[in-house]
Design a protein around this ligand. Structure first.
Ligand code: TRP
Length: 364
């Protein structure tokens, strides 16, 4: 077996384990949601699109509604890992918050916060960096993929260490559950390694309980919705439908969506990715089976398909868009929600940092 085969079979094995474990966690969540604290988050780099909605938002709303305590991080410091400037960061933070609230994460049960507002979270970087090696960070697959994307640009210290920062995001609030796509599994493994090593090196000798619990992944089906050109939906590819777009903007974009020359509509993701993606999108919005929808359109062609998808998307997102418009019209409310979330995140982070200082005998 070659080294690359070995690595990829390791990854397959870890994916299989995480998938099995996620099913078990789902059963426990249904039974006793109070055993869990979830942390999730996004970089505020632009408005959320319907790929985000079906890939992660909808799932987060479901989990929060089970009664699981949920922390949602607007990862503002992470914006500068792979770009030179901040962009209109303030607008983007509030716009992301509006997307979350409109999608159904409610501020009574969810704590929304920003990196830069929680100093004690960021301070965890120092002890955490002391327990990882540069070689470990250099072989992180996500760091590798992101540096490949940025071409020949030299890697910043922040890019190299952002998985450690992400471990601080998870561990500062002692989250034990992180809903992620499979690309994030190496990050979570690193968070577990850091939690364990922190304890081995600095752990409180007087107590058997570790400072940090070991966080687990809850795998979500990722990337189910592709962009309008049949490739990965991504803002940089200009192939997205944003959650906050109007019905007219949505119709116009869907009119431009790529289909193929076969008028008979079928659901065949392997051979007809673009057409099948639209069928799937309609199915997600209508909560129906893609094959059934394709059969119904039959010889209606690309035109019939696009008409149906447009109606389905616009109907599904109408209430979300209405709420979003109300939220955006009330910036004072958005500021309050974030201020309350930041205050709570600071309470939690201060408490954890106090435990860390005590474990490290740095109480002066
Ligand atoms: N990396 C995530 C993104 O790019 C955002 C994020 C930051 C995150 N810290 C996290 C996700 C901790 C899960 C856990 O959107």
């Amino acid at each position: 077996m070659s080294v690359t085969d070995e690595i990829s079979s390791d990854i397959d094995a870890s994916l299989a384990r995480s998938t099995a474990r996620s099913l078990e966690i789902e059963r426990q969540l249904a039974k006793d949601p109070s055993r869990f604290r979830i942390l999730t988050g996004d970089r505020p780099t632009g408005n959320l699109h319907i790929g985000h909605y079906f890939g992660s938002l909808e799932n987060r709303v479901r989990l929060a509604s089970l009664g699981v305590e949920t922390m949602v991080l607007i990862a503002d410091y992470q914006v500068i890992t792979d770009r030179d400037g901040m962009g209109p960061i303030r607008e983007r933070v509030y716009s992301l918050l509006a997307d979350y609230l409109a999608a159904g994460l409610d501020e009574e049960h969810v704590t929304f916060f920003t990196h830069s507002s929680v100093p004690a979270l960021n301070q965890l970087m120092l002890p955490f960096l002391s327990v990882v090696t540069d070689a470990e960070l250099r072989r992180n697959p996500t760091v590798k993929a992101e540096t490949d994307d940025t071409g020949d640009r030299p890697m910043s210290g922040l890019m190299l260490t952002y998985p450690v920062h992400q471990a601080a995001d998870i561990l500062f609030c002692k989250a034990n559950l992180v809903p992620v796509g499979k690309d994030q599994l190496p990050h979570l493994e690193l968070a577990r390694v850091i939690a364990r090593r922190f304890d081995e090196r600095y752990g409180r000798a007087d107590e058997s309980r570790p400072v940090f619990p070991s966080p687990e992944a809850l795998l979500s089906k990722s990337g189910t919705v592709l962009g309008l050109d049949g490739t990965k939906m991504s803002k940089s590819k200009n192939n997205t439908i944003e959650i906050g777009m109007t019905a007219e903007q949505t119709a116009k974009l869907l009119k431009r969506a790529v289909t193929d020359s076969d008028r008979h509509i079928t659901y065949d993701p392997t051979n007809r990715p673009e057409v099948s993606n639209l069928v799937n999108l309609a199915a997600l919005c209508l909560d129906r089976e893609p094959v059934e929808i394709a059969e119904e359109i039959g010889d209606g062609g690309g035109g019939g398909l696009k008409k149906l998808v447009t109606e389905a998307v616009n109907e599904k997102f109408a209430p979300i868009r209405e709420r979003r418009a109300e939220l955006v019209a009330d910036p004072g409310h958005l500021r309050d929600v974030l201020a309350r979330g930041n205050a709570r995140a600071n309470d939690i982070a201060d408490q954890t940092l106090a435990e860390v200082r005590s474990a490290m005998k740095m109480m002066y």
